[in-house]
Ligand binder design. Structure first.
Ligand code: DC
Length: 231
C-alpha cells in the first residue's frame, strides 16, 4: 500500500545537467515532501578537502575531516541549506574549484559509505522525501516506492550549463563544457562503489526536448498514477 500522505521515498538519479536538482525540488514542493540534494553533500566533502589542503589520495584524512565537519542540513530553509560545522556553506560548493574535484572525491569508497549512512539517517528523520543523486535508487534506497532516472544528451546538457553560466556573467565554451560533462559522466559511471546507473525499476525520463515545467508535470503525474494504482 502506498499513499502520498504516508512515509514515502522517491529517488531521482541521473547525470549532471538533466535538471535533476531543480525538478526534484519542485516535485517535493508539489507533493508536500522534503527534498534531499545528495550531490551537495559530496560537494561539501570536496570543499572541506580543499580547505584543509588535502590531496585527493589522502583518503583517511579526507574521511576524518568530513566526519568531523558533521555535514547536515538546516531543514527550516527551503531548499534546506547545507551545514558544515553547523554553519551554512552557501554557494561555495558550486564554484568551479569544487566541481573540478568532486567526482574524484565521490569515488572514495569509505566516504561513500559514510554518506550512505548519513543519507539513511536523514530519511529516518524525514521519511517523506524526494532524494536526488547518482546512487539513491540503486544503493541508498533500493526499496524506494518510486524511482526515476533522468537523462538528456550531452549536447543539451552542455547548452543548459552554458546558459546558467552566461546568466552568472561567465564566458563559456560550450564544446569544452560538453567534454567536461562527458568526462564527469565516465568517472561517475565507472567507479566501483555507487556508480551512476539506471536503478532497477526506475522510470527513465529523457529531458532533452522538454522544458523544466513539462518534466515536473510528468514526474508528478507518474507519482500520482502509481499512488492511485497501488492504494
Ligand atoms: O549532482 P551534483 O553535480 O551536485 O553532484 C556532484 C558530484 O557528486 C558528481 O560528481 C556526482 C557526485 N555524486 C555522487 O557520486 N553520488 C550522489 N548520490 C550524488 C552526487
Amino acid at each position: 500500500m502506498f499513499r502520498l500522505d504516508q512515509p514515502i521515498i522517491i529517488t531521482i538519479d541521473g547525470p549532471a545537467g538533466t535538471g535533476k536538482s531543480s525538478v526534484s525540488r519542485a516535485l517535493a514542493q508539489r507533493l508536500g515532501l522534503d527534498f534531499l540534494d545528495t550531490g551537495a553533500m559530496y560537494r561539501a566533502a570536496a570543499a572541506i578537502a580543499l580547505d584543509r589542503g588535502l590531496s585527493l589520495s589522502e583518503h583517511g584524512l579526507i574521511l576524518d575531516a568530513v566526519t568531523d565537519a558533521e555535514i547536515g542540513f538546516d531543514w527550516s530553509l527551503d531548499p534546506p541549506a547545507l551545514l558544515v560545522f553547523g554553519d551554512v556553506m552557501g554557494d561555495r560548493i558550486r564554484k568551479p574549484e569544487v566541481t573540478g574535484v568532486v567526482s574524484a572525491i565521490a569515488g572514495i569508497r569509505e566516504l561513500r559509505e559514510l554518506m550512505v549512512v548519513r543519507q539513511r539517517e536523514i530519511a529516518r528523520k524525514h521519511p517523506r522525501l524526494v532524494t536526488e543523486g547518482r546512487d539513491q535508487g540503486s544503493v541508498v534506497f533500493p526499496d524506494a516506492r518510486v524511482k526515476f532516472y533522468l537523462d538528456a544528451s550531452p549536447e543539451v546538457r552542455a547548452e543548459r550549463r552554458a546558459r546558467q553560466l552566461a546568466e552568472l556573467g561567465q564566458v563559456v565554451d560550450v564544446g569544452a563544457l560538453r567534454r567536461e560533462i562527458m568526462a564527469r559522466d565516465q568517472s561517475d559511471m565507472q567507479r566501483v562503489d555507487g556508480p551512476l546507473v539506471r536503478p532497477a525499476g526506475a522510470l527513465l525520463i529523457d529531458t532533452s526536448h522538454h522544458t523544466r515545467e513539462q518534466v515536473i508535470e510528468e514526474l508528478e503525474a507518474q507519482v500520482r498514477r502509481l499512488a492511485a494504482a497501488l492504494s
